[in-house]
Structures are given as structure tokens and as C-alpha cells.
Design a protein around this ligand. Structure first.
Ligand code: SAH
Ligand code: SF4
Length: 364
């Protein structure tokens, strides 16, 4: 039986050094390799011309470089592109490219599905399928940069696609290390944002291991309501979550603010009373608030708050001195703003609804 080949796409610099050392090669081969794959998009060992024929043959025998496969791509009139990606196991995930004035943001997935069952989230409705490997996570950035000819390189990454990144933290950290590495994508900490529903111990771990920007999916400012709409709150209630945010900001002087994400759902969390509570609980947390109009999807009983309600909520926060932005809903034509796209496409592609939503996207 042939031995399974190791997929080198998701290996960090340190792991690549170990790998090349195990083949009797010096450390610098790892850097050369990273540049081929992550800066030039080369995944064919034979094109790695600064590797000897002997090394290339060895690599062919034991290793491979395998990105995931794009199954579908849809473009909205504003230029947002949504990709449905097929993993080896057959699971589907989504990634979204969002062009903005000065940047090109990629929203990526960290899990196929999600176990956390937030009531407003299409991915949550789908349930959990599996964790992505670091190759599958960094593979999304690789695809976004190199899949199309003359593609403009991605400038910003948000972990706001399918899944809870802090419940798959090691592969997520490996992929972040590649995103930041000078021989790979060289993205600075400010250009990478990890969004979490609030897995408190993992926020602390994240803090000790990386310095990326943090976004918290808060969505409710009292425990009763948050227990209902973000059920992980029962395990890690608001005071614990906000304390760990404060710690995250304190741990490294380089971190200035956290983004607080707050979906506005009609009649659920969108009154001025809710806004007051929000101001109160965020006292002492250096943050900016990103308001997100709820994006409806098949099977959800919620509606998006009216424009007037959204404006009033926003105005109240600003009046209270909170830095507040409103997320533009983009790509509605392709279910781009947090939609049901995977669900719909997998329905048509595979005859059943296994995939689900992507959770767009910070355009503030
Ligand atoms: N699991 C992580 C990251 C993925 S969700 C988290 O919860 O933060 C990314 C963002 O999309 C979160 O803020 C999430 O609350 C939001 N989101 C999920 N469903 C949405 C919907 N139907 N409309 C608008 N935003 C949604
Ligand atoms: Fe999971 Fe985030 Fe969706 Fe909640 S909002 S179900 S944590 S993906």
C-alpha cells in the first residue's frame, strides 16, 4: 500500500524546516519553498528550479501541495465574489472576496458547519461537519491570490466565514503564521481579524500566541438574551467574555481596540433599551462597534431591523461616544451578505442541503 503523502501547503515555517531537515536538507529550503508556493503560486515541484532534481524527486515521492477546489464562483453587481469550495471529504465551505476602495478583503471559513447554533446564523442551523486543516484554511487565501490569472492580491483577511475559529485553534494559528510570514503573505496583524462568538479560554490562548485583531460577536448585552441567541453564552457569560477582552487588550500594548459585532434583528435586540445596555456593558472595553443588519435566510424566523431602527440605534451609540460603524450589506444578489449560498448551491449540486451560510463581512 502506498504511503499517504504529506500536504505541505499548510505547514508553517518551523514545520517546513523540520520537514526539509528530515530529508537531509538545510533550513533555508523551507524559505525557498514558501516563496514558491505562497508568493508565486507554484505547486508543481518540477517548477521549483532552485531545488536539485534529486530533491524534487524526493518531494514527489513523499509530499504534495494540494489546495482545495473551487466548485462555483458567483459575482455580485458590486464586484463581491463568492466561492463555494469543495474539500477532500466532500464537505462544502464558502469564501468571499470583497473589493473595497483601498483593500481587497477575503472572508474565510475555519470549519465546515458550526456546532454553536446561534439562532440567527445559517451555518449554526446546519450543524457541525468537521474542522478544516491548516492547508484548507490557508488554501483559501492561496486560491484567492493564485487561482485566477492577474488576480489582485488579498490585502485583508477576516475569519468570518463558516465556523468558530477558536474551536479549531491550532490549524487557525498555523494559517495565521503563514499569513503573517515574510516569505509567505506578509500580512500585518492589523490586516487579519479573527471573529469569535466568545470561547473565553481560547481567547486567552490566542492572546498568548498571536497579535491579530479580535472581533467579538456580541449581539446582545444581557445574559438572558445572549443565552438565547448565542447559546455559548451559557458556558461563557458576558462578564467572563468582556473580562477576557480587556485582558486581550492589556496583554500586548500593540493592541488598541476590539471590534464588537452586533447584528440588528427586528424586535429582538434592536431597541434603544438594548443600545443603552450595550453602552453600559462595554464600559472600560476599548472597542468599536460594528452594527450588522441581519441577513435573512431560508428557515430563519427573524427579520432585518428597519432602516429607521438601525439608524436610531447607531445614532444613540454615537451620541454616547461609542465608535460605531454600520456594515454595508453587499452582494445580496448572490446571497453575499451572510447568506444561504452554500446551502442553495449544495442543494443544486448535491441534491441535499449540507452546506450553509457564510457570515459576511466587515466592511467598516
Ligand atoms: N463563529 C465566528 C465567526 C463566523 S460568524 C463568530 O460567530 O464570530 C461571522 C459573523 O457573521 C459573526 O459576527 C456572526 O454573528 C455574523 N452572522 C452570522 N449570521 C448572520 C446573519 N444571518 N446576518 C448577519 N450576520 C450574521
Ligand atoms: Fe457558529 Fe459564528 Fe454562526 Fe454562531 S455565528 S453558529 S459561532 S458560525
Amino acid at each position: 500500500m502506498s504511503k499517504e503523502k504529506i500536504n505541505l501547503l499548510g505547514l508553517t515555517h518551523d514545520s517546513l524546516v523540520n520537514f526539509f531537515n528530515s530529508l537531509g536538507e538545510p533550513n533555508f529550503k523551507a524559505s525557498q519553498f514558501m516563496k514558491w508556493v505562497h508568493q508565486r503560486g507554484v505547486i508543481d515541484f518540477d517548477e521549483m528550479t532552485d531545488f536539485s532534481a534529486n530533491l524534487r524527486n524526493q518531494l514527489l515521492e513523499v509530499a504534495e501541495i494540494k489546495p482545495p477546489i473551487i466548485e462555483e464562483c458567483l459575482t455580485s453587481p458590486e464586484g463581491t465574489k463568492k466561492y463555494l469550495i469543495k474539500l477532500d471529504s466532500g464537505s462544502m465551505i464558502e469564501m468571499v472576496k470583497i473589493p473595497e476602495k483601498k483593500r481587497l478583503t477575503l472572508c474565510i471559513s475555519s470549519q465546515a458547519g458550526c456546532a454553536l447554533q446561534c439562532t440567527f446564523c445559517a451555518t449554526g442551523h446546519q450543524g457541525f461537519e468537521r474542522n478544516l486543516s491548516s492547508a484548507e484554511i490557508i488554501g483559501q487565501l492561496w486560491l484567492a491570490n493564485f487561482n485566477e490569472e492577474f488576480a489582485q492580491p488579498i490585502s485583508n483577511i477576516v475569519f468570518m466565514g463558516m465556523g468558530e475559529p477558536l474551536l479549531n485553534i491550532e490549524p487557525v494559528l498555523d494559517s495565521i503564521s503563514l499569513m503573517q510570514h515574510q516569505n509567505a503573505y506578509g500580512l500585518s496583524k492589523r490586516r487579519i481579524t479573527l471573529s469569535t462568538s466568545g470561547i473565553v479560554p481560547e481567547i486567552d490562548k490566542l492572546s498568548s500566541r498571536t497579535d491579530v485583531s479580535l472581533a467579538i460577536s456580541l449581539h446582545a448585552a444581557n445574559n438572558t438574551l445572549r443565552n438565547e441567541i448565542v447559546p455559548i453564552n451559557k458556558k461563557y457569560p458576558l462578564d467572563q467574555l468582556l473580562n477576557s477582552c480587556k485582558k486581550y487588550l492589556k496583554d500586548k500594548s500593540k493592541r488598541h481596540t476590539i471590534t464588537i459585532e452586533y447584528i440588528l434583528i427586528e424586535g429582538v435586540n434592536d431597541s434603544i433599551e438594548h443600545a443603552k445596555e450595550l453602552v453600559k456593558v462595554l464600559k472600560g472595553v476599548s472597542c468599536k462597534i460594528n452594527l450588522i443588519p441581519f441577513n435573512p435566510f431560508d428557515g430563519s424566523n427573524y427579520s432585518r431591523s428597519s432602516d429607521n431602527t438601525i439608524q436610531a440605534f447607531k445614532d444613540f451609540l454615537i451620541q454616547k461616544g461609542m465608535i460605531t460603524t454600520l456594515r454595508i450589506t453587499r452582494g445580496d444578489a448572490i446571497d453575499g451578505a451572510c447568506g444561504q449560498l452554500v446551502g442553495k448551491l449544495t442543494k443544486s449540486i448535491r441534491g441535499k442541503n449540507t452546506g450553509n451560510s457564510i457570515n459576511l463581512i466587515n466592511t467598516s
